[in-house]
Design a protein around this ligand. Structure first.
Ligand code: AMP
Length: 478
């Protein structure tokens, strides 16, 4: 049984776990703040040459890294017995325990975790670091109720030049890329394979090659059969596509890092963060402005871009009432965009019809019809007047005139016996009726201008409130 270590500045409590070369304890910092930390203790006596290398690599890497999705190394100390890494405490434990406790995780949550993992990997890549030992045990969670993923344990990480390749055996067999086991040269792309396995395990509860013996595992990894999802797996097409692209046995056929970061299931661009929320809000402001200026096409574009940024926040907002409020607001944006689509269609239509000469008028039999139907002639004349009123933005007047015009046209239809003439009449009346209907809905939409003004003021108040919302750190298990 290991003895709980001591450090002058910390009070050690329970043991959190044991890794390949260290034991991790929970501890409190002495003094006023009593900050909770995790202390990773490595007994010097247990250090082999490779453990020392592992540890020194971990220290040197972690010390330089500050990232929201990477466990922070706050400090490190040593005494004659141990080397102590003072780490940010992650009360949610590791992802492996989390998956076991839930059996499997819902896709939106998996997507959220994946985005966070991808962010960490993207950052590591920018620092020329490959992790090389990605597995759920090395992925920690900030808390159980509101878990934010933190990548830890860089014992096996190494600085990689873009074209450098390693030949030594690294990683954990279950998560290990086939090229490692097959003893070929391998590189940072092994991390992509491991991401695929982790993704698979999160969604289906166990890794694709889970086996009772190493020999069985080795056999499965060596096989050339393509990876398949469990029978009846219910995942989105995007998600399935990504897993299969990550779990390509041949690293040359595997998805590349850039493709991974840009894959629609990862979609880092729209990952719910403080920045994407602000981007969304900014786009709403632009949408409302274009809307007020009557620039419908650009307003529609801005609304839809804004929603791409804002909607993912909805799925990860933990506070019920805040979520309800957000949903309501987003629905308003969606329906406004829909209304604008209608308006824009109408605008185009009305431009087409600016020429008051009806296309039908050029039809000789229609001309005949007009001569024999004075009500129709008058009706069409009035309808054209209504069109002119629309162009002058006198919408209510136009609506009234359409009404009278249609009454006249309908009376012309009623006396007409069935036949091609009547069909022609119907077509004409139908056309004007459609226009009158469109105008009606346009008027009702215009009446919502007040609502729009309210919308505008709402969008201004949707500025990010860190303390209340914590969207970056919020993860909803639905
Ligand atoms: P490791 O040696 O990093 O693999 O850690 C072994 C186990 O200790 C992990 O699987 C976690 O359960 C736990 N652990 C490690 N680091 C932390 C931490 N910073 N906060 C909470 N638990 C941790």
């Amino acid at each position: 049984m290991s003895i709980i270590p001591t450090l002058p500045d910390y009070i050690f409590t329970e043991r959190l776990g044991k890794g390949s070369y260290a034991t991790v304890y929970k501890a409190y910092q002495k003094g006023n703040t009593r900050d909770v930390v995790a202390v990773k203790c490595v007994q010097k006596s247990s250090l082999t040459k490779s453990s020392v290398e592992n540890l020194l690599t971990e220290i040197s890497i972690l010390k330089k890294i500050k990232h929201n999705h990477i466990v922070e190394l706050k400090d490190f100390q040593w005494d004659d017995k141990c080397i102590y890494l003072i780490l940010e405490y992650c009360s949610g434990g590791d992802l492996s325990h989390f998956i076991r406790s839930k059996k499997r995780l819902p896709e939106p949550l998996v997507q959220r975790f994946l985005q966070q993992l991808a962010k960490a990997l993207q950052f590591l890549r920018s620092q020329n670091i490959a992790h090389m030992d990605l597995k759920p045990q090395n992925i920690l969670l900030s808390s159980v109720s509101n878990p934010v993923l933190k990548l830890g344990d860089f014992g096996l990480a190494q600085y990689l030049n873009p074209d450098s390749e390693a030949t030594s055996m690294r990683g954990s067999p279950l998560y290990m890329a086939p090229e490692i086991l097959l003893k070929h040269l391998y590189d940072a792309r092994v991390d992509l394979w491991s991401v695929g396995i982790i993704l698979y395990e999160c969604l289906f509860g166990e890794a694709p090659f889970s086996s009772s013996t190493f020999a069985e595992l080795a056999e499965k990894i060596k096989s050339s059969n393509p990876i398949q999802l469990p029978y009846g797996a219910q995942v989105s097409e995007k998600c399935k596509d990504l897993i299969l692209k990550l779990l390509q046995r041949d690293p040359n056929k595997r998805i590349t890092f850039d493709e991974f970061f840009n894959h629609p299931f990862v979609d880092l661009e729209h990952m719910p963060t403080e920045e994407t929320y602000s981007k969304g809000v900014e786009l709403i402001h632009k949408a409302v402005k274009s809307d007020v200026d009557g620039e419908y096409e650009s307003a529609i574009n801005f609304y839809s871009q804004a929603l791409d940024y804002l909607v993912p926040h909805l799925f990860h907002e933990k506070d019920r009432s805040r979520r309800k409020e957000m949903r309501k607001k987003f629905i308003e944006y969606v329906s406004r965009a829909e209304e604008l689509k209608k308006l824009s269609k109408m605008k185009i239509q009305s431009q087409k019809n600016d020429n008051t000469e009806s296309i039908s008028n050029s039809n000789p039999s229609f001309e005949e019809l007009l001569q024999s139907k004075p009500e129709l002639k008058k009706g069409i004349y009035l309808a054209a007047q209504a069109d002119a009123l629309v162009s002058s933005e006198c919408y209510d007047d136009a609506s009234e005139v359409y009404k009278v015009a249609l009454e006249l046209m309908i009376s012309a239809v009623s006396g007409e016996p069935a036949g091609p003439r009547k069909d022609l009449l119907y077509t004409e009346v139908d056309k004007w009726m459609q226009k009158a209907e469109d105008l009606k809905s346009y008027i009702s939409i215009r009446k919502q201008e007040k609502r729009l003004a309210r919308l505008s003021s709402i969008s201004e108040t949707v500025s990010y409130d860190k303390s209340k919302e914590q969207i970056e750190s919020t993860c909803l298990i639905q």
